[in-house]
Design a protein around this ligand. Structure first.
Ligand SMILES: *Cc1c(COP(=O)(O)O)cnc(C)c1O
Length: 433
């Protein structure tokens, strides 16, 4: 079943010690089928990108049709229908908060675009001293240099630290055992974070360009969840102090947290929204950075100097746009938001099974994300217990990818009740030691 090719350099992998990768030849719905015919349930939506299931016929059909009409064209001085339709659709879906949609290729580039636009927004108005960015400890925003700087505390980027620009870090008040009732600990943690943010704003005032955050759930650092009320308080404070706010919804976007976008649960209007992963339903690499009219207007001028001088070869690729439009149609056709609610209901029905386990802690749910920690002294991304669970899952027909000692489910929305309950039953039989 496993397979090693000598030519490929795999991502986030220590090739010297990693087990050989599993070769997948086909996929359908929630199932990945290996070269030798074994079925694995994709419990992580293939690194959080898949929405409606693998090889969804509606999306593949639209890509095929688009490929026969216009596969790609330069996107400067030229435009096309799929890009215009998608931009209109995304602006409507995000309640007209945004007036512009900038296309790029992946989550990291959508973050780079937001960082550059936020900085240049101030620069274009002569406020060149506004160079600093605020982030939450534990945030992850991608692997390019700007994104790495903001995600320094994730510890994925230690070799590059001397290259990364300075960031102002705020402690993150993660929901934990408080979920079971007593929230006084959480309120205390939130107060400490909020006070830290206040102090940073007071100290660095007019030198801050923006704050970036993953709303409601920090994904890569271990599905760490925070309350919407807390996010709202922070954003309100930032806006009162004239600091721009970037929501990195690369993972949380398109239904993952229960609503179409996480920001909708926080009752605020971020200045930028970064979307990728689920944008094309998991078919093609594409991302967008949405921004408000206020941001856009600061780039207008008679000279090119104030323009946003950024763009990628495959910007607004028509195939990606067609896939994204098809994926958004499926939300209507298949009543996807209802499916999301029923996934959430299965989780809430089963949470007590996990709370009863003595080796498990911090069992938590947000929308279609279910996560818990295995009590362990070894809790980093490379924690041994995570590697062991990954192997045990494969033996039982599940694709899981624990983040250190954090085990989570983030399935495609097409998963049926019965299958989701089977997955949970299997996980409950794992040997966690
Ligand atoms: C995955 C992720 C990114 C980076 O996206 P890529 O497509 O992998 O570059 C950025 N932000 C968040 C919150 C993510 O989960």
């Amino acid at each position: 079943m496993t397979h090693k090719n000598q030519s490929v350099w795999y991502p986030f992998t220590q090739a010297k010690t990693a087990p050989d990768p599993i070769k997948i030849s086909r996929a359908k719905g929630i199932e990945l089928i290996t070269q030798d015919g074994k079925v694995l349930i994709d419990c992580v939506s293939s690194w959080w990108v898949n929405l409606h299931g693998h090889a969804h016929p509606h999306i593949s059909k639209r890509i095929y049709e688009q490929a026969q009409t216009l596969e790609h064209v330069i996107f400067a001085g030229i435009t096309h229908e799929p890009a215009e339709q998608l931009a209109d659709k995304l602006i409507a879906l995000t309640h007209q908060i945004y007036s512009k949609c900038f296309f790029s290729d992946n989550g990291s580039t959508s973050v780079e675009v937001a960082l550059k636009q936020a900085y240049q927004y101030w620069h274009n108005q002569g406020q060149t001293q506004r160079k600093k960015f605020i982030c939450f400890e534990g945030g992850y925003h991608g692997d390019t240099f700007g994104a790495m700087a903001l995600g320094k505390s994730s510890r994925f980027f230690t070799p590059f630290e001397s290259f990364l620009f300075e960031v102002l870090e705020v402690p993150y008040p993660e929901i934990g055992q408080d979920l079971k009732g007593d929230i006084s600990d959480l309120e205390l943690k939130e107060k400490e974070s909020f006070d830290a943010l206040k102090k940073i704003i007071l100290t660095h005032k007019n030198t801050i360009a923006a704050m970036i955050l993953e709303p409601l759930v920090q994904g890569a650092s271990g599905m760490r969840m925070a309350r919407p009320e807390f996010i709202k308080r922070c954003v309100d404070l930032l806006h009162e102090n004239n600091i721009l706010v970037i929501f990195d919804e690369v993972m949380t976007g398109f239904g993952r947290t229960g609503t179409m976008f996480a920001f909708e649960q926080c009752d605020i209007e971020p200045d930028f929204l970064c979307l990728s992963k689920g944008l094309t339903g998991g078919f093609l690499p594409m991302s967008v950075t949405l921004s408000t009219q206020k941001i856009f207007e600061s780039f207008l001028d008679d000279s090119f100097n104030k323009a946003f001088s950024h763009g990628h070869s495959y910007t607004a690729n028509p195939l990606g746009c067609a896939a994204a439009l098809a994926s958004l149609e499926i939300f209507e056709l298949e009543k996807t938001l209802d499916k999301i609610q029923s996934i959430n209901k299965v989780y809430t029905d089963r949470i007590s099974d996990f709370n009863a386990l003595c080796y498990v802690e911090k069992v938590r749910i947000q929308g279609t994300i279910f996560a818990f920690n295995i009590k362990s002294d070894d809790s980093g991304y490379q924690a041994k217990v995570g590697l062991k669970i990954k192997q045990e899952a494969i033996d039982k027909g599940l694709l899981l990818r624990p983040l250190g000692n954090v085990v989570y489910l983030l399935p495609p929305y097409c998963i049926e009740h019965g299958d989701l309950n089977d997955v949970i039953d299997k996980i409950l039989t794992f040997n966690f030691f």
